[in-house]
Design a protein around this ligand. Structure first.
Ligand code: ADP
Length: 543
């Protein structure tokens, strides 16, 4: 092959903070801090402090490739750690502090974290974890001398003391763009959490793509409130996108309630924000209760789980804010698809428009998508056929960190997402279930999520879960497990009446059982594995 004659400059994350400091030096980064104040500075100052921190890491003998953990909310210091650690050629490992303590200890040891940066609210958690993390050389408390707590943390260092001692001068090292930059673990609903090791190249290409007009459309004029935690797949890559474009950054710290989020949106003239549906439900509730509005906000990105239709409608019709539904995964850096309008669909109105906006989003350049049936045969992109979703692309993982042969990675170069969806002729996907939750009845698939969504429409149903239980003739049939609303005692027939006219007859649950409580994971998702175990010998009346 004839090689091109262009420069081979590696795509390195240090170039992002360099660019932001040089060309958008005056642009602000605003944080609600753990110390209780609002902190303001700009990209120029951040650039200098990132270099001080990188020099401090060098002094602490941090080596290339070593994993450096964080237990922290979204603040400017966390932002500095992102760039200093990756820029030096080490790996920034953001740990989700909401996981169970044993899971965190497992993750810290599996990642072999050598230093852990700890935000003030997580010092007690780190103290509890420390004895289980023998590889950690030092804990750095992310505060200044005045707020440094009494702590039993071995080798506790003060973040601001570390920086003050260092020079603002540093020449960033140059290395291969495929070098590891950051590490995130999946939440591990089944088995141990799995690590995904991002490279400088994957994160950089993901950032270019995310900034595109038809993806998140991030520009210098945006003021972005980063609600999605920086320990949640690198805040969906937004800190990198902001540096790439010079957008203003607003970090909310630990305060994610409606009032606090709204206050920052107003005071910082926020135009774009991103987070999971729960946060937006809280914000909308607050706005309804107080009569407040959102005059600056233009778009909210919503993903992690499905955005309810009513929420999309309320943002659009009451607040004139466009909700961009998005789907992604830790294994994808994380953006997979985003719901932005196509010209042919812009004329849609009313229900048809909402139906489209409720889909998870459409294909973006860089992520190949396909759906397949049980035998691996590709299914039609007709918006009706649903199958297991597979993806591939330059920001999709090819393996899990220090863990070989996971069946999710096919020998033919695709990754099985574990999601089941339709793809329509315009490239929009709609998630209908998870592969392990979909009910396989007589060779056909039934969406458990669709049945659950209908069931919770019954006023006497507080929460519903549909699982497949073994059936001698059909292989599996749906069983509906219901937590009744407070004070309600509905009959099975009463609950079943909610499905009338809404689904095909063969989709109807074969039976209903009532329970006081459903099992959930640490991140609030239904633990269907446990329910399947509980009802594995359940005898359906049809069996
Ligand atoms: P996250 O931490 O963002 O939830 P995970 O990797 O833990 O990322 O989980 C990814 C899974 O979350 C996806 O495989 C999918 O099942 C679910 N998910 C993400 N976004 C959506 C969405 N918009 N609608 C429905 N499910 C979603």
């Amino acid at each position: 092959m004839l090689q091109g004659d262009m420069m081979d400059r590696p795509l390195l994350l240090s170039s992002l903070i360099e660019f932001a400091a040089l060309y958008h030096g005056e642009r602000e980064i605003v944080s609600r801090t753990a110390e209780g104040t609002i902190h303001r500075y700009n990209y120029a100052a951040a650039g200098r402090r990132v270099k001080q921190l990188a020099n401090a890491l060098r002094r602490l003998n941090v080596e290339e490739g070593e994993r450096i953990g964080t237990l922290a909310w979204n603040t400017y210091r966390h932002f500095e750690i992102y760039f200093a650690v990756s820029g030096m050629g080490s790996v920034c490992h953001t740990i989700n502090p909401r996981l169970f303590t044993d899971q965190i200890a497992y993750i810290g040891n599996h990642a072999e974290d050598r230093i852990i940066f700890v935000d003030l609210p997580f010092v007690a958690l780190a103290e509890q974890l420390a004895p289980q993390l023998p590889l950690v050389r030092a804990f750095v408390v992310m505060t200044d001398r005045a707020h440094m707590p009494e702590t039993s943390l071995p080798g506790a260092l003060c973040y601001e003391d570390l920086l003050t001692a260092e020079s603002e001068v540093l020449e960033w090292p140059t290395f291969d763009e495929n070098t590891a930059a950051a590490l995130c673990y999946t939440s591990g609903t089944t088995g141990d959490p799995k690590g995904v090791l991002y490279s400088h190249r994957s994160t950089m290409l993901h950032s270019f793509a995310s900034c595109m007009g038809d993806v998140l459309g991030i520009r210098a004029r945006d003021s972005i409130l980063v609600v999605v935690p920086m320990f949640h797949v690198n805040a969906w890559g937004i800190p990198y996108c902001a540096a790439m474009t010079g957008a203003k950054l607003v970090f909310p710290g630990a305060a994610l309630d409606g009032a606090s989020v709204h206050e920052l949106m107003e005071s910082e003239a926020v135009t774009l924000s991103a987070g999971v549906p729960t946060v937006w439900l809280l914000l909308l509730q607050y706005l309804r209760d107080t009569g407040n509005s959102l005059p600056h906000l233009e778009r909210v990105v919503c993903g992690g789980s499905a955005a309810p239709r009513a929420m999309i409608q309320e943002f659009e019709e009451v607040h004139d804010v466009r909700l961009l539904h998005a789907w992604g995964m830790t294994e994808m850096n994380p953006v997979g698809v985003v719901n932005t309008p196509k010209p042919v669909l812009e004329a849609l109105e009313g229900d048809a428009k909402l139906d489209l906006m409720a889909k998870q989003g459409r294909a973006i350049f860089g992520v190949d998508l396909k759906i397949v049936d049980d035998s691996g045969q590709e299914l039609a992109r007709d918006g009706k056929a649903f199958g297991a979703l597979k993806v591939r692309g330059p920001w999709v993982a090819r393996r899990y960190f220090q863990r070989d042969d996971d069946p999710a990675f096919d020998s033919d170069g695709w990754f099985s997402t574990g999601d089941v969806c339709t793809i329509d002729p315009d490239g929009f996907i709609q998630i209908v279930d998870r592969t392990k939750d979909v009910i396989k009845s007589g060779g056909e698939w039934i969406s458990s999520i669709e049945l659950e969504n209908i069931a919770v429409g019954h006023p006497a149903v507080a929460e519903a879960c549909v699982i497949g239980v073994p059936h001698p003739k059909w292989d599996e049939r749906p069983l509906l497990v219901v937590v009744p609303s407070k004070g309600a005692t509905p009959s099975k027939e009463d609950v079943m009446s909610v499905f009338a006219g809404k689904v095909a007859k063969w989709w109807l649950p074969d039976d209903v059982v009532f329970t006081d409580e459903l099992p959930h994971t640490a991140t609030g998702k239904l633990l269907k594995t446990e329910l399947r175990q509980r009802y594995k010998d359940y005898k359906l009346p049809s069996a």
